[in-house]
Design a protein around this ligand. Sequence first.
Ligand code: ADP
Ligand code: MG
Length: 210
Amino acid sequence: MQIHRDQIVAWLKAYANLLSEKKEYLTELDAAIGDADHGANMDRGFQAVMKKMDELSNQDIGTIFKTVGMTLLSTVGGAGGPLYATFFLQAGMKATGKMELSLAEWSAALEAAVNGVKMRGKAELGDKTMIDALVPAVQALKTAQENGTSLSEALQQCAHAAEEGMKATIPLVARKGRASYLGERSAGHQDPGATSSYYLLQTAADVWSA
Ligand code: ADP
Ligand code: MG
């Protein structure tokens, strides 16, 4: 089983739609521990990506990912925008010229993407950021892939790990990003970036297993 370029396009479209739907909710999460713009930021970035989708949809996966990254970089400011841009730029490096990805290739691309976010943002697991959703997701996907788990089951395990990581941010005190300015008062709130990262991987599981 392979993830075809058209499924990559379908994933990005589904994620853009989900972000429009969850815009207010993500902004509410960011209002509690940040500056109430995460929903608007992500929605603006992915609407800009959608505008390029028609011309992009016949390109290879590497070109698609790199264009998503560049578009996010030029349309989304703040901390989240450049971090999601890095995610897609790094994933794109692993998918250069490819029209489809095996589970092993997707796993390697996701790992490179998340390592890029870690390097750029310098956040570690437990700092109450998107890393708390992404790192367990990478680990779950690698384990599933190495155990020969089916594509759809592996993607569900990946999304599930991201969801657990997202929920685990609630009691944490933020050590990176704007939320860290709140110190102890950041505890008791779910991190907005971990939430949008969970959505990204849940959408992949839903769209690619369908
Ligand atoms: P800003 O914080 O500039 O307003 P957003 O609201 O769009 O940007 O994004 C906030 C999210 O970015 C946080 O919820 C967190 O998950 C993520 N984030 C912030 N700083 C970092 C970092 N250094 N490393 C990883 N993720 C981070
Ligand atoms: Mg914000």
